[in-house]
Ligand binder design. Structure first.
Ligand SMILES: Cc1cc2nc3c(=O)[nH]c(=O)nc-3n(C[C@H](O)[C@H](O)[C@H](O)COP(=O)(O)OP(=O)(O)OC[C@H]3O[C@@H](n4cnc5c(N)ncnc54)[C@H](O)[C@@H]3O)c2cc1C
Length: 311
């Protein structure tokens, strides 16, 4: 990519940060915009009083030959540590990984992108506060329905075949409950419990994981349960989930907070990024849905790297 290329990456999750790093390394000048308060997207660590919760992605793997050497670098720098078996985690929660990925990049958080339109430069990305970013390359890493809405808002019409591929990407939802609950010695010392029943998909102690100084348990509801209870109020969701957490841990779980992941994991993935090129301009869709084995941190990173190569 020639040095004068200007890129805007929408989304500072793993995919967006990986794409931005690769574009910058290729000589582009890149701005990453994210509506969240901090980079990371679904890599999310929350502190509530003394309790620390990873409430999005819980761990990640490094199976791919391109990802593994990067992870080795992050491990050497102390940002990433082993958790159990092949599972890795951020040193101080999964957001440690996001901070590491964002290091040295121009990442602007608290900035909501409103539209992506064509312009003389190629594209123009406009934010809710009226800022306009003309650029040659746009990488869209928000969940696909949100990325399509940005193009609709900017009047960018996609080839119907491309649009149909993108419209096929759907997502499971996840209700993520955070609880104060003791972790009994009968459960695995690494902090991940087996779950059964029709409510929970995942149950883990952030204290046993090594990121919280006090009892802090994260529970993820199954996709079907999350969908069925999506419109219930927080107290009802947390009460139902707390009963399940208590049943599995044998103690009384106290609800602390609820996070609703509307786009938790993609259900229909596309094999690789989708790029629309026109002269020197490029529009690239990336994110964890753009990998054959998607819905994972590793897949999101690989998709970001592939997106930069396709730009
Ligand atoms: C509950 C849960 C558990 C999971 N567990 C695991 C696990 O254990 N292991 C694993 O490997 N993976 C797990 N995953 C999946 C993993 O988190 C994702 O695959 C990965 O983090 C996706 O990264 P991404 O960059 O593609 O998307 P995201 O992280 O979603 O990033 C997209 C970014 O776009 C931003 N954005 C959206 N719209 C706009 C806009 N208009 N303007 C500005 N910014 C915008 C968002 O704020 C977000 O930061 C889990 C996910 C969830 C939700």
């Amino acid at each position: 990519m020639p040095t004068e290329k200007r890129g805007v990456v929408v989304g500072a999750g793993v995919a967006g940060l990986a794409a931005a790093r690769a574009l910058v390394d290729g000589g582009a000048s890149v701005v990453v915009l994210d509506k969240g308060r901090a980079p990371g997207g679904r890599l999310a660590t929350r502190r509530i009083d003394d309790a620390v919760f990873d409430h999005g992605a819980q761990f990640f793997t490094a199976r791919d030959g391109r990802f593994a050497p990067k992870v080795a670098e992050w491990r050497a720098a102390g940002a990433v540590v082993s958790w159990f078996e092949e599972a890795l985690r951020g040193a101080r929660g999964m957001s440690s990984l996001a901070r590491r990925l964002a290091d040295g990049l121009d990442v602007r958080t608290g900035v909501t992108v409103r539209s992506v339109a064509r312009s003389d430069a190629g594209y123009a990305v406009t934010t809710d506060d009226g800022e306009r970013y003309p650029c040659d390359v746009v990488v869209l890493t928000a969940p696909v329905p949100q990325s399509l809405a940005l193009l609709d808002a900017g009047g960018v019409a996609l080839d119907p075949a491309v649009r149909a591929v993108l419209a096929g990407v759907a997502y499971d939802r996840c209700l993520a409950g955070m609880f104060a609950a003791p972790w009994p010695p009968a459960l695995p010392a690494h902090g991940v419990a087996r779950v059964d029943g029709e409510v929970l998909a995942w149950l883990a102690s952030n204290r046993a994981k090594g990121i919280s100084a006090v009892d802090a348990v994260t529970a993820h509801a199954l996709p079907a349960w999350s969908l069925a209870h999506w419109d219930d109020d927080d107290a009802a969701v947390l009460a139902a989930m707390a009963a399940e957490v208590s049943r599995h841990t044998g103690g009384a779980a106290r609800p602390v907070a609820l996070k609703r992941w509307r786009y938790a994991r993609p259900t229909g993935c596309v094999d690789g990024p989708v790029a629309v090129r026109d002269g020197g301009a490029a529009l690239v869709f990336a994110g964890d849905a753009f990998h054959v084995d998607g819905g994972r941190v590793e897949a999101a990173w690989l998709s970001g790297i592939a997106a930069a190569a396709a730009a």
